[in-house]
Design a protein around this ligand. Structure first.
Ligand SMILES: Cc1cc2nc3c(=O)[nH]c(=O)nc-3n(C[C@H](O)[C@H](O)[C@H](O)COP(=O)(O)OP(=O)(O)OC[C@H]3O[C@@H](n4cnc5c(N)ncnc54)[C@H](O)[C@@H]3O)c2cc1C
Length: 490
């Protein structure tokens, strides 16, 4: 008899796991809390504008194979990213365009920090090396034998000096190795300071070799191609249905109970919900709670954000499509002082707005607690914050003033309501050194017929790793069930 899997959560990881499982001969039902599939990888409309809530850059290279297996590519075209961002700090006369040309970046960095020229050269060399590393996607670590693991270590030997030198958190490395406060500040705006410096360098390496892209049409067509593939393979989904319990008997998961009391039987349950949701709420803390508590104490969560989007009656053709505005006079927002804005101008994506219009988005770090304690003023505070951020934008991006036709504000609570992102951590665990080099088990001790996938088992999250973890979890399942693993498209 065909075995039935219930997947908790229809984000990218849940959809990916479902597609690989369907191809491998399982029946699959996804249960999704939100009104639609896609999880945090989503876009929505406001009037004539599309608010793109996710993909700013997509890692390709070796990951492209996963997008092809899932039928997303070539159906959705990928536009190689030539320009990553322009960093501006007008008070200090700094403006740097970060593009695929790393040599030009090196010259620009050395010009503002001559004393750091040698370290900048070492850094950009390392970026090239790291960007070329094969991430070894074929099999989950759990199925990688000692021989294969040793072979991989051997392959990594040429990158060892870069891996060792840049393994430290970005903040620590830049304090220890860079003299210029300007450079230290710039790097801190490009990647989380708690993440190893090699995260930023790998990203620069991918950029330079053309392995970063944006899907044509933005996040929506990318998400929709995956949903179509899931439906084409015969998957079933229940949306706007929240799992309240994973049912367990004799140490094996055998189904789920939904919020309305409905029970769904399953031979196997895969959860892509957050780790705290899965371990403490859905399983009542009976399996793996100690390891989770330990991780929560030692690792940090992705910092929540506010995403303010403005539909603008202007094409803003002359503005860089990604702009980091730094050195602002600190202004209070949601209980903290903001000194920089991350601005995305969709002038490179005509499908998000009518002709002659575009969408401008501002991302700033925020606080879950602050938003969760606004009470009945929550809506009014959203208006205040959106207006405040717009004032900052109008002062710095010519062409926006007086042209805003639509405003949309997403807060940490938006991600909680929409995708149950625990405490607004929309990308799960922060990829600090311990989390990144550690390994999160996809199974829980003492619990059979149960697996976890998604960004809470892949620290740092991201589209490619969410999709990959769906593949890996089905490879594990097939190995446990002693049946062949099959690809959704060949
Ligand atoms: C603003 C933003 C920008 C981003 N930019 C990029 C980018 O540029 N590049 C990149 O690679 N990545 C980016 N990401 C990250 C990437 O989108 C995510 O890491 C990835 O989509 C996570 O997929 P997931 O399936 O693991 O998790 P999720 O998308 O969180 O999916 C989990 C799903 O489970 C559901 N769920 C949870 N609990 C239950 C329950 N009890 N019952 C039923 N359903 C439940 C949730 O509703 C959700 O749909 C961005 C994310 C955001 C929010």
């Amino acid at each position: 008899m065909t075995k039935r899997i219930v997947v908790v959560g229809g984000g990218l990881a849940g959809l990916s796991a479902a597609c690989y499982a369907l191809a491998s001969g399982f029946r699959v039902t996804i249960v999704e809390h939100n009104l639609a599939l896609g999880g945090v990888c989503t876009a929505w409309t406001r009037g004539a504008y599309t608010i793109d809530g996710c993909i700013q850059w997509l890692v390709g290279g070796a990951f492209t194979r996963i997008y092809e297996e899932l039928g997303i590519v070539p159906r959705v075209g990928l536009r190689v990213l030539d320009h990553f961002a322009t960093y501006r700090r007008p008070t200090h006369d700094v403006e740097i365009a970060i593009t695929r040309d790393l040599a030009a970046l090196g010259r620009a960095l050395a010009a503002i920090a001559p004393a750091d020229a040698d370290e900048v050269a070492r850094m950009l060399d390392a970026a090239t090396t790291l960007g070329e590393l094969d991430p070894g996607l074929d099999r989950p670590p759990e199925l990688t034998g000692t021989r294969e693991a040793l072979h991989r270590l051997w392959e990594l030997r040429s990158a060892a000096p870069a891996l060792i030198r840049f393994r430290k958190p970005l903040g620590t490395w830049s304090r220890e190795h860079l003299q210029s406060p300007e450079l230290r500040r710039l790097f801190a705006r490009l990647a989380p300071e708690a993440a190893p410096a090699l995260v930023l360098l790998t990203m620069l390496g991918w950029l330079s070799r053309g392995a970063l892209s944006r899907p044509e049409g933005g996040t929506a067509p990318f998400r929709d191609a995956l949903i179509d593939q899931f439906q084409r393979l015969g998957g079933e989904a229940r949306v706007h249905a929240t799992v309240d319990e994973i049912l367990v008997e004799n140490g094996r998961a055998y189904g789920v109970r939904l919020g309305d009391g409905t029970m769904l039987d399953a031979d196997v349950v895969i959860s892509t919900a957050s780790a705290p949701e899965t371990v403490t709420r859905l399983l009542g803390g009976r399996f793996g709670a100690e390891a989770l508590r330990d991780r929560l104490a030692r690792w940090s969560l992705f910092e929540p954000i506010v995403l303010a989007s403005y539909g603008v009656e202007s094409p803003l053709g002359q503005v860089p499509s990604t702009l980091i505005l730094d050195g602002l006079r600190p202004f209070p927002l949601c209980g903290r002082a903001i000194e920089h804005l991350h601005v995305r101008v969709y002038n490179d994506e005509p499908r998000v707005a009518p002709a002659g219009h575009t969408v401008v988005q501002v991302t700033v770090p925020s606080s879950y607690e602050w938003w969760a304690t606004r009470g009945t003023r929550y809506g009014a505070e959203k208006d205040v914050v959106a207006a405040h951020l717009l004032e900052q934008l109008v002062d710095r991006v010519p062409g926006v003033g007086g042209k805003v036709r639509v405003t949309d504000l997403a807060t940490p609570l938006t991600w909680w309501n929409m995708a149950r992102s625990w405490r607004g951590a929309f990308e799960g665990w922060m990829p600090n050194a311990e989390a990144l080099f550690g390994h999160v088990e996809k199974k829980l001790p003492g619990l059979g017929a149960f697996y976890m996938a998604g960004q809470w088992v892949e620290p740092g999250g991201g589209v490619p790793t969410a999709l990959l973890s769906g593949r890996h979890v089905v490879q594990l399942l097939c190995a446990d069930e002693k049946r062949p693993f099959a690809l959704p498209t060949r």
